[in-house]
Design a protein around this ligand. Structure first.
Ligand code: FAD
Length: 353
């Protein structure tokens, strides 16, 4: 490959999803030249994601991993990009969590009683304002300090700027290019999502990528009470920013997938969930799917190849890229630029190869 745009002491980021955007922005913030290459994959996870940032996770309603460390970094990061790019990416949201049964209601009540959870979890309420939408009366808990990042918009305007300013190049990088690139750039950072497995030095890590199918839909009567609220049951229903009346619904997990076509299994999951929850008819406008890049322990994966010490990966953002990418990008940039040690929780050396 003839990369005729090369400079000494510059950095190359391969992949222009959330991981690539975040690490390129962090390196540039320290004054460095960064080139970005992406082979224009319309189904990258970042273009499919709802971009939801949710403080509470799991059946026991506990804080998401190191939530407050990551949340403020993420908010500042996206809002800085808004100033640079002239678009709104960050939307403060609350999440209405429909509780399935008495057991869930009980767990919610006891968790929300803890001092540290009070700012985030509101006590139980009847879903009165949601009732016209719902099939049966249900209790809900409300989560504050949530957000939604318009990741597809960020990817498209960031790419546009890169093309205009000639630091973004549309092409595919092959594993066999790494040797040349490692000599031409100060460092190469691979941010290739689930396609990391195409790169020899990193293909042997314990990846558990997870495909998810999504539907974009409209309700026949749009009576959702509050456009800043997302609805969460098994399924998540989120307004799509800037697209009046259009909602994102999804997503399931399929662990063996290699292609990015929406699946029957995923579409059935979404329809069953919607039909069991809502009494208002809806029309699915289209379906799509993406593959979340996930490592076995579901933590991010950062580190350098053994073969080329200046070839790094930034991967494993899983189902929480919007929250995790800005914090871990800064962490990786500090490691690359200043030699600070990687946090053992994300260092790829935790996997014994
Ligand atoms: C259905 C679904 C719903 C989701 N919902 C949410 C959510 O609500 N909130 C949230 O925080 N996260 C969500 N996620 C997860 C989120 O999308 C990911 O964590 C994040 O987007 C991963 O970003 P990435 O940059 O690592 O990968 P990707 O977004 O997949 O980007 C990888 C990029 O690398 C490029 N690339 C790969 N190989 C090469 C190569 N050889 N040469 C050149 N370019 C290459 C691809 O073209 C692509 O653009 C969801 C994911 C899915 C699939």
């Amino acid at each position: 490959l003839a990369f005729n745009i090369l400079l000494l002491k510059s950095y190359l980021v391969v992949g222009q999803g959330l991981a690539g955007i975040s690490i390129a922005t962090s390196l540039r913030a320290q004054g460095h030249t960064v080139h970005v290459i992406d082979h224009a994959n319309a189904h990258r996870a970042s273009s499919v994601a709802a971009g939801v940032i949710n403080p509470i996770t799991g059946k026991r309603f506990v804080f998401s991993w190191r939530y407050f460390d990551f949340f403020q970094t993420a908010k500042t990061f996206y809002q800085n990009l808004e100033l640079q790019l002239g678009h709104t990416f960050w939307h403060d949201r609350s999440i209405v969590r429909l509780l399935q049964d008495l057991n869930e209601s009980h767990t919610w009540l006891s968790r929300s009683g803890f001092e540290e959870y009070r700012a985030v979890m509101e006590p139980l309420e009847g879903a009165a304002s949601w009732q016209p939408m719902l099939k049966k009366h249900t209790a809900f808990g409300k989560l504050n300090l949530a957000a939604q990042v318009n990741i597809p918009l960020l990817c498209s305007v960031w790419r546009e700027q890169g093309l205009n300013e000639s630091w973004f190049f549309e092409r595919q990088v092959l594993s066999s290019d790494l040797d040349t690139l490692s000599k031409e750039y100060t460092a190469v950072i691979l941010c290739c999502g689930h396609q990391v497995s195409d790169f020899g030095p990193f293909s042997g890590l314990p990846w558990r990528h997870a495909k998810g199918t999504v539907a974009h839909l409209r309700f026949d009567t749009d009576v959702l009470p509050n456009k800043n609220e997302l609805l969460k049951k098994q399924i998540l229903l989120a307004p799509i920013p800037n697209q009046e009346g259009l909602y994102w619904a999804g997503a399931n997990y399929e662990w063996q997938a290699t292609d990015t076509a929406a699946t029957e299994q995923g579409i059935t999951f979404i329809k069953n969930e919607l039909d069991n929850t809502f009494q208002i008819p809806y029309q699915v406008q289209h379906t799509l799917a993406g593959i979340r890049p996930v490592a076995q322990d579901r933590r991010p994966v950062l580190g350098a190849s053994k073969e080329w010490l200046n070839v790094f990966i930034f991967n494993g953002l899983g189902a929480k890229g919007a929250l995790l990418a800005p914090y871990w990008a800064q962490h990786l940039a500090d490691h690359i630029l200043n030699g600070t040690a990687l946090d053992v929780e994300v260092d790829m050396a935790r996997f014994k190869l």
